[in-house]
Design a protein around this ligand. Sequence first.
Ligand code: NAP
Ligand code: HSE
Length: 428
Amino acid sequence: MSIKIGLLGFGTVASGIPFLLKENAEKIIAAAHNDLEIAKVLVKDEDEKNRLIAAGHDYHFVTNVDEILNDADIQIVVELMGRIEPARTFITKALEAGKNVVSANKDLIATHGKELISLAQAKGVAFYYEAAVAGGIPILRTLANSLTSDKVTRILGVLNGTSNFMMTKMVDEGWTYEAALRTAQELGYAESDPTNDVEGIDAAYKAVILSQFGFGMTVDFDQVSHKGITTITPDDVAVAQELGYVIKLVGDIREVASGISAEVAPTFLPQNHPLASVNGVMNAVFVESIGIGESMYYGPGAGQKPTATSVMADIIRIARRLSDGNVGKAFNEFARETRLADSADVFAKYYFAINVPDKSGQILRLAEIFNTEDISFEQVLQQKANGEEARVVIITHELSKTQLESVIAKLNAVEDFQVVNTLKVLGD
Ligand code: NAP
Ligand code: HSE
């Protein structure tokens, strides 16, 4: 018997699926207990359809989604178009029509996942999205299945392949920002709007999904603070290296006494931290838990074949469940009341880069301001003056987010001080 699939979109990721179906057919059929057939593929218009046929793609291309939604033989719909609409409408209609759905669309799942998951459950069908987080790393199923008995206390992750690729090329090989972004786009890593990659938005979507699988809590997207790689300056990178750190865009989700906190920000990582050596398009998810302790899951975070492999894992799981007669099982069954952490309860060390007048007494003035917030210094570095200003770099001991906000406000209120950057610092 053959299980029929309808693909929505035929871009970077979707066009990697035929490769796996062809090159690994025997294993896939054995795992799925069925042959899998791409029955129809939705493309935008006739021009795209003709272009794909001319390029040798031998599929039944359609330009109206109803040809897939109304096709009773299609049991699995795979959405790989991206963005919110029309993906949300098409997935909703597919679920309402009793079809199982696979998607890699973190934008949609992070913002409208609840309604789609509820609909899938009400209809007794599957809605799976392993590829939505960290591309080729099977992290969602690992959290949902392998760590069932464990209690996760913190998840740290390099969660965006594009920005990690760009940072690696810029810092290690001296590429320009523009060249690094262009190459990430050519390699199929970037989102259709790469703003999401470089501003930390894409990683924040992934943090929302990880909060559900790791902690059973649903943090809304607007409750995840995010800053991207565009906030990092060459001076920050140089200071980090001088002090024994590397800067990476890190997603940080943790549970403290008052609840859960999630953020994405450029972060100073000690050079010996496992995440510090995650370079290029590679991603990694570093999990702290009471059972395993520390574990890290590493692999390509973006790209055609790695992502298509995660999509195929969902398709095969559904096909197998269709033959076993238990297809409606939820992707993630861990859910509990969501409690957001109090900012007075979320602690970290921070790096401050502050421009001050190049004259005597400035470190004392800075120390007095930090002292009013009860913040102590771990390291202080004054850089050679550039014109009338000197740059003071401070790494603090741990302080709460409340203290951070207060001290920044106090520093900003001083006319001749300029807070150039503040970044979180990991490590003891
Ligand atoms: P992509 O290359 O832009 O492919 C999306 C395709 O869907 C494009 O060909 C697009 O056509 C088409 N499309 C858009 N709207 C459509 C519509 N209404 N009807 C028919 N076709 C439509 O994107 P991708 O990189 O494959 O990403 C697909 C999804 O996977 C996204 O949700 C993305 O976030 C996710 N993802 C991607 C990666 C990766 O490494 N690329 C990794 C993990 C997850 P146009 O180009 O003409 O708009
Ligand atoms: N644009 C995303 C990234 C794709 O670069 O990580 C994978 O989600």
